[in-house]
Write a protein that binds this ligand. Structure first.
Ligand SMILES: [Zn+2]
Ligand SMILES: [Zn+2]
Length: 558
């Protein structure tokens, strides 16, 4: 009997959102059972897309608290469906989410009732804690003096950066750890003065490195280990190297653009690419996994086990379809939930044994609540006795099942803002406006063509010709028309490191860097060395010529 059910479940399903076929594997099926959630009706990609649309990657803007009028800086959109309070006010006892509690109406859709409730409950203006001078930031923890940056922990003097840990005095860094004085680099660790580089670690005073380790004074190199004074993987004497670097004209925007083109060609044709960037994994699949055991189809997860289909998390155990979940066990179909146990269909919540929560903290046995703190047995922000709670919960689930709502994550209509300013758009930049609107989501067309400022094409080519008063000049991004400025400390950094001024808006720069870190699907390649079929996480259109299988990469590069 059980086997019969298993076989039935394995059949192909058609995704209710994108109409593509998808399957549910045996492993997924058992974990759905263990976590106790319904089987998905939308495919893996559409699940991720929906989850991450609740995580805003909006433009930084000034606003006011709807409680006190206090000014604030947020990435939440203007004209939100819900009030915005400062983070401090949100956590205070100046308001009580229980005041908004409502009775369940069996004649209406549960999601509609939950959305109505959600629209009355304030959102905190940003996420984070223990920061000094990080007002123009979001999702920042234990950091100091950071500016226009998002998602970081223990960082200092960081500008225009995203997803960093313990990085200091750097600009335009994405997914970097334990580094200092770096610029325009992504997925680099333990480095100092590393510029324009990717996937490298333990490197010092170098430019345009790809997959290098332990290198010092290297320029335009790939797959190197423990080298110094190399240019294009060729050894030079110290004197020759320094002489060459001097002649490279690195302060000029045009010459950097040419080097970037050359770097891209090199990545395509010369670099031996490993199939993935996993480290210390046991019986797992996915990309950017660190210290994971039995994790399948997971991406950017560390210290986790027995999880499937999870993106961006840490210390996860037995999670499935959980995105942006940290310190979490038995989470199913959840997004952005930290510190939780047995949580289902929830968003931005730290709670236990609950379902359909949004912005709830330390709750237990709650169903369909928003903004609650330390509550038990609540439904739509109303408290019940244990028995009444269980009865009503059962009843709502029956009603929801009838309407096809139960088991679905919160709908797009409940996301915090427009899709094209959410983290989801970073993973799915090809998404069409009409498809999101059809699903009830939001989209914001930004027309800033009226904004006044200097086109960046008029900037001096070389940093040495930039005058001090550039910091008072508004600049216009040629791609988006968005306005941006050069900050005083930023200018000093560029001068000190001979880096030309950027021409594009900082969010455009971050989006570009992320393109290469957000592939959620493997493609089949033939190993460059042994010709064995190899699953690798690189888009075919990148045209990488030398992709190696795990064994050949270890043998030839490591
Ligand atoms: Zn789909
Ligand atoms: Zn091979």
């Amino acid at each position: 009997m059980f086997l019969n059910i298993m076989n039935q479940q394995q059949k192909n399903k058609v995704c209710e959102h994108c109409k593509n076929e998808f399957t549910i594997s045996n492993g997924e099926f058992s974990l759905y059972e263990k976590v106790g959630i319904e089987l998905p009706t939308i495919c893996f990609f559409c699940r991720v897309k929906l989850h991450l649309s609740f995580w805003m990657f909006g433009k930084f803007r000034k606003g006011k608290s709807d409680l006190s009028g206090e000014s604030l800086i947020t990435v939440l959109p203007e004209n939100t469906r819900y009030p915005i309070y400062t983070l401090h006010e949100w956590h205070s006892d100046k308001w009580d989410a229980m005041d908004y509690g409502v009775d369940y109406d069996p004649n209406k859709s549960f999601f509609e009732q939950l959305k109505k409730l959600q629209e009355k409950i304030p959102h905190p203006h940003q996420n984070g804690a223990n920061n000094t001078n990080c007002d123009w930031c979001d999702d920042v923890w234990n950091s100091k003096n950071c500016y226009l940056s998002r998602s970081m922990e223990v960082c200092e003097d960081l500008y225009y950066s995203y997803r960093n840990l313990s990085v200091k005095n750097s600009i335009d860094v994405t997914v970097c750890y334990n580094s200092e004085k770096c610029y325009d680099s992504s997925d680099c660790y333990h480095s100092y003065k590393l510029f324009y580089s990717k996937h490298s670690r333990d490197c010092i005073d170098s430019y345009f490195l790809y997959d290098c380790r332990n290198c010092q004074n290297c320029f335009m190199c790939w797959n190197l280990r423990g080298k110094s004074y190399y240019i294009e993987n060729i050894a030079y004497t110290r004197e020759e190297y320094l002489e060459k670097i001097k002649s490279f004209n690195l302060g000029s925007y045009n010459s950097i653009q040419n080097y970037k083109k050359h770097f891209d060609e090199m990545i395509k044709n010369e670099v031996v690419h490993r199939p993935n960037f996993n480290l210390k994994i046991y019986s797992s699949s996915g990309d950017y996994l660190l210290d994971c055991k039995n994790c399948f189809n997971c991406f950017t997860i560390s210290e986790s086990e027995d999880s499937i289909n999870c993106i961006r998390g840490m210390k996860e155990k037995s999670n499935i379809d959980a995105d942006g979940c940290w310190y979490s066990e038995l989470a199913g179909n959840c997004a952005n939930c930290v510190n939780n146990y047995s949580l289902k269909y929830s968003n931005w919540s730290s709670s236990r044994y609950s379902e359909y929560l949004n912005l709830c903290i330390e709750c237990e046995y709650c169903f369909g609540c928003v903004g609650l703190k330390k509550k038990k047995f609540c439904i739509l922000n109303k408290e019940y006795s244990k028995e009444a709670y269980e009865k009503l919960r059962e009843r709502i689930i029956v009603d929801m099942k009838r309407k096809g709502e139960y088991g679905q994550f919160l709908p797009y209509t409940m996301s915090a803002g427009s899709f094209n300013f959410s983290s989801s758009f970073l993973y799915f930049p090809e998404t069409k406006k009409e498809d999101i609107l059809k699903l009830g989501g939001y989209w914001e067309d930004v027309d800033e063509s009226q904004l006044e400022g200097m086109p960046t094409s008029e900037l001096p080519d070389d940093i040495k010709n930039v005058s001090d008063n550039i910091i008072t000049q508004a600049l216009i991004c040629p791609k988006t028309g968005w306005r941006f400025n050069i900050a005083q400390n930023e200018l000093s950094f560029y001068r000190e490191n001979n880096i030309p001024l950027p021409r594009y808006h900082f969010d455009v720069r971050t989006r570009e860097a992320l393109k290469y870190l957000t592939v959620l699907k493997s493609y089949l390649y033939n190993c460059f060395y042994c010709n064995k079929k190899t699953e690798a996480y690189y888009l075919p259109e990148w045209g990488y010529q030398k992709i190696a299988c795990e064994e050949c990469y270890k043998q030839n590069i490591n």
